[in-house]
Write a protein that binds this ligand. Structure first.
Ligand code: HEC
Length: 207
C-alpha cells in the first residue's frame, strides 16, 4: 500500500484548490465574527459559491478515500488560518515610516482604481473588491467617517486602533482578498485609495 505517496501527490494536485478555498474559508470565519450585517448578506452566498467551485474542481481530480482525507486536512488548515493574522501580515498593512505615496493626476488614478476594484487577479482567491463591495455594499457605517478612524476589522484582526484609507485598502488586500499588501509606493495603491474616496462620497450620499 502506498497510500502515503498517493496522498502526497493528491495533496499537491489539490494545492491549487486549497489555495483558493483557504482564504475563502478564512473570510467565512471572519464573516461569522463580524457584526456588519449587510456584509454577511452580501458575502456568504458568493463565498459559498467560490468554496463550492473549489471543492468541485478538487473532487473532479481526486478519487476515493484519499480525497476525503485530503479535504479534511485542508479544512483543518483553513480553520487555523482564520484564527489569526500573522505578525508579518499585521505589519504589512501599516504605513511604513518612510512612506511616500505615488503622486499623480487624481482623475487618471480614479479611473485606474475603478478598473482595479473589479480586477479578480488582485486577490489570491478569485475575489475582486467589487465582489464584496458591489454598489456601495459591504461597508460598515464607519466608512462615512473622516480618515483615520476606527474600523472593527482593523482592530480585531490587525490590532489597529484607527486606520488611514490606504491602510484600509491594504487590510482588505491581505485579509478578505488573501493576497499580499500592495507596494506602498505603487501606482496601484494610490489608484485604489483615490477610487475609495469616490466610493466614500457615494456611500455618504446613500445614507
Ligand atoms: C470578502 C469580502 C471583501 C473583499 C473582497 C474586500 N473587502 Fe473591503 N471590506 C470588507 C468588510 C467585511 C468590511 C467592513 C469591515 C469593518 O467595518 O470591520 C470592508 C470595509 C472596507 C472599507 C471601509 C472601511 C471603513 O469602515 O472605513 C474599505 C475602504 C474597503 N473595504 C476597501 C476594499 C478594497 C479596496 C478592496 C479590494 C482591494 C476590498 N475592500 C475587498 C470585506 C471585503
Amino acid at each position: 500500500m502506498s497510500t502515503d505517496k498517493n496522498r502526497k501527490e493528491l495533496l499537491q494536485r489539490l494545492s491549487r484548490n486549497l489555495m483558493v478555498s483557504v482564504p475563502v474559508m478564512t473570510v467565512v470565519a471572519m464573516a461569522g465574527a463580524t457584526a456588519v450585517s449587510d456584509f454577511n448578506l452580501g458575502l456568504i452566498p458568493s463565498a459559498e459559491a467560490a468554496q463550492g467551485e473549489a471543492e468541485a474542481e478538487g473532487e473532479g481530480e481526486a478519487e476515493g478515500k484519499a480525497e476525503g482525507e485530503a479535504k479534511g486536512e485542508g479544512e483543518g488548515e483553513a480553520e487555523g488560518e482564520g484564527e489569526a493574522v500573522s505578525a508579518e501580515k499585521r505589519e504589512s498593512v501599516r504605513r511604513p515610516s518612510d512612506y511616500e505615496p505615488w503622486q499623480g493626476d487624481t482623475e487618471s488614478l480614479v479611473a485606474m482604481g475603478e478598473k482595479l476594484f473589479k480586477d479578480t487577479s488582485l486577490s489570491a482567491n478569485g475575489l475582486s473588491c467589487q465582489t464584496c463591495h458591489m454598489d456601495g455594499s459591504g461597508y460598515a457605517d464607519t466608512f462615512a467617517n473622516e480618515y483615520p478612524h476606527f474600523v472593527a476589522m482593523g482592530k480585531r484582526d490587525f490590532g489597529m486602533d484607527e486606520v488611514h484609507l490606504d491602510e484600509m485598502v491594504q487590510i482588505c488586500m491581505v485579509a478578505p482578498m488573501g493576497a499580499d499588501a500592495l507596494d506602498w509606493d505603487s501606482k496601484e495603491l494610490a489608484a485604489l485609495t483615490e477610487y475609495m474616496r469616490v466610493e466614500q462620497k457615494k456611500f455618504r450620499k446613500g445614507k
